[in-house]
Design a protein around this ligand. Sequence first.
Ligand SMILES: *[C@@H]1O[C@H](CO)[C@@H](O)[C@H](O)[C@H]1NC(C)=O
Length: 410
Amino acid sequence: MHIVPLFFAVASLPAALSAALPSISAIKAPFTTNQQWVQDSAGKNFTYVGVNWPGAGEVMIPEGLQYASIESIVSKIKSIKMNSVRLTFTIEMIDNIKDNGGDVTIQDAFNRALGTNNGPKMYQQVIKKNPQFNAKTTRLQVFDAVATELNKQGLYVHLDNHMSKGAWCCSSSDGNTWFGDTYFNVNNWKRGLQFMAEHGKQWPNLVSIGLRNELRSGAQNGLPYNWETWYDQVVPAAGVVNKANPNILIFLSGLDYDTKMEPITSGKDLGNGKKFLLSNFKYANKLVIELHNYQNSATDCGSMESGLWNNGFRATGTTAVNRMPVVLTEFGFSQVGNEYTKTYATCIKKLMPQWKTGWMVWVISGSYYIRSGTQDYEESWGLLNHDWSNWRNPSAISALQGMIDASLKA
Ligand SMILES: *[C@@H]1O[C@H](CO)[C@@H](O)[C@H](O)[C@H]1NC(C)=O
């Protein structure tokens, strides 16, 4: 599928008609950063308020399309006034494009991941719900279609390199942990980032990309697990992305499943005198810190607050050496029962507007095509129910709505 930039498509419409398309004016890209603020192209502060939409599982296709159309999923996200989606992708998809003769069709992708019995059935369900796809549609074209629909409805895309090899993330033994691990070839990683940054120029609403999800220890082989390695790998990768697409923000994620970024906020010696200093970057106004938090059994919001602050949110304060925006790109909890009333959920709900920072909740998917070998895997953390037709827990969503409104107001 070839994406016609909407800007040109709209330019030829009568003024009255184009004014009736709120999606066009809603997108104000590119973004830049200014100290702790993300600003849109009109110079207004922008707070990411969004949800994760996984596309980095075994099938490597954005989830849920056997149950719902892309349009209806985006409409759901928009209905609660979220403004962005963290869309996850694998490096393996790009490796296939570059090394194995081109992108895999969705038909083949389902056969490979689900087997030749269930694969064709899944494919049929997908094209029934999303009749714009057919036997020639490739995985990347599904990403294009998701981005296009988000653009149409006025939502921004944040791309995230979630895994090298398509699978459920993350464990310390999945071979995707750290630079040089079994599946984490650093050259392929940089090539994949470059490819997606370049490819995403076709998406008017692509505003940012996360270089790598949840770096962690556990690699069987590869480079030493420390901040010096982080610096040696992450800084050049950021350079590659910026060169490929100077418009997009680059999200930097930290160690220990992206829970630690303190040495980046403080400009400390990371090893052998290497220091992360914004002043060394020509594109300092494109760099953002991302953090994750899953302290789901917390009982004390005060200690969560100081932990998050000390581990990286300090970058949004006046004392940081590197003053930068911080976005909590993952947090989440079971949507079953009353988790949304407990300390963890209510604490994050309080802190995000308090710090005027953005966030993306894990996760929209009510189920996965396949996860860790189980097909049609039930996701109890999914905001949507198993068949993606409605919210899983309307009370939890109404609590989330409070957080969305407070964050957008802040
Ligand atoms: C962004 O928000 C902060 C805090 O509310 C405010 O001080 C600053 O002026 C805002 N920036 C813009 C460009 O509106």
